[in-house]
Design a protein around this ligand. Structure first.
Ligand code: GLY
Length: 370
């Protein structure tokens, strides 16, 4: 069964296909997009071992010529060096504007390749083939592309929509439980920001989904992508509603920076902690009931996820230094931090009206400080 979610953006509209075996059947979905039977694939060394031969065999069988660039795996690849390497490799391959570049991998590869496609010859088309849960439900959809700067994450980039997203659910079976659960942090985020029935559903089906239930995985990815597609169609370049997708991210980015963007804290783990803190802060400000943060934490705990800064382990600096790091957040306007808070589960909104003392108190509690 293949589910389709349409992202409605006028002449930049595209489909997200979600289902099993999509890497092996990629040629069928790519052929209608190709002006000539030639693609360039960019992936990383972990994903290449698991999925590249399947994709290459499928393309060859359909008579589609292909070349592959295999980059090192990990967040460090989302930087100027590998970006330059990718752009120059695509030029060496004589990839033209009418060609298609395929990003096969997780969020790092999707963001980097999307950005390379955005600037190559002032924009070539690209197809996202996300292989991690995080990439399937978030980063492959909506056209945010980019790399990290020494000053912070995702600070260099462009909006460049893919022409197609192929989310092969089978790829999720190759993830470690930790990577799968990190992606689940972004799935929960959708329920919390704007879909209370989806959160109810996750409370019931989340454990099944983690154990490998394919139908539940397809449904969770479909609903997440549909929610993201609706938001992106309303606000492609984040002038308003799209900021809701950053629920939990203001806290998360500070924690990722404090842990050096290392394996100590994966992005989705930071999002889970950030969502728990955003609900704590909302409750503290009297915006939602006290039961809401408890329910958020209970579900994350049931899934075996982090909910507090103490769960990270090791030094994350002082609470003041964490708040300082938040000032690099892309949502800062005129120096004022903006938070995504909630009036209840599924009722998030953006606000700049948050007293710093309350932020400090919520973070201190989460760090086990009185
Ligand atoms: N990951 C948030 C967004 O795409 O807007």
């Amino acid at each position: 069964m293949i589910e389709t979610v349409h992202v409605d953006l006028g002449d930049r509209s595209y489909d997200i296909l979600i289902g099993q075996g999509l890497i092996g059947s990629a040629a069928t979905h790519l052929l209608p997009l190709l002006k000539r039977k030639r693609v360039a694939i960019v992936t990383d060394e972990n994903v290449a071992k698991l999925h590249l031969p399947t994709l290459q065999t499928a393309l060859s069988a359909a008579g589609i010529a292909h070349d592959s660039l295999i980059l090192p795996a990990g967040e460090a690849t989302k930087s100027w060096g590998p970006f330059t390497q990718t752009v120059e490799w695509l030029l060496d391959q004589k990839i033209e504007r009418r060609d298609i570049v395929i990003a096969l991998g997780g969020g790092v590869i999707g963001d980097l390749v999307g950005f390379a496609a955005a600037v190559l010859r002032r924009g070539v088309r690209f197809v996202q083939m996300p292989t991690s849960l995080l990439a399937q439900v978030d980063s492959s959809v909506g056209g945010k592309t980019g790399i990290n700067a020494a000053q912070g994450k995702n600070l260099i980039g462009a909006f460049h929509q893919p022409s197609l997203v192929l989310a092969d659910i089978d790829a999720l079976s190759t993830l470690t439980p930790r990577d799968f659960l990190a992606g689940y942090g972004e799935v929960v985020k959708y329920g919390l920001l704007g879909n209370a029935p989806f959160f109810d559903w996750l409370e019931e089906f989340g454990p099944k989904l983690a154990k490998g239930d394919i139908a539940a995985r397809i449904e969770a990815v479909r609903i997440s992508c549909q929610m993201k597609a609706d938001i992106v169609a309303r606000d492609e370049t984040e002038q308003g509603d799209r900021a809701l997708l950053n629920l939990g991210h203001t806290f998360c980015h500070a924690l990722e920076s404090a842990t050096g963007y290392s394996d100590r804290l994966l992005h989705g783990e930071g999002v889970a902690i950030g969502c728990a803190l955003a609900f704590e802060l909302s409750s503290r400000l009297g915006l939602c009931s006290q039961e809401d943060p408890s329910r958020v934490r209970a579900h994350l705990r049931d899934m075996g996820m982090m909910t507090d800064i103490t769960d990270i382990g090791g030094d994350v600096g002082t609470v003041e230094s964490l708040v300082d790091k938040m000032a690099q957040d892309k949502k800062v306007i005129d120096g004022q931090l903006r938070f995504i808070l909630a009036r209840g589960i599924g009722q998030a909104f953006v606000t700049g009206d948050v007293p710093k003392d309350d932020v400090l108190r919520v973070m201190r509690n989460s760090m086990g400080l009185a």
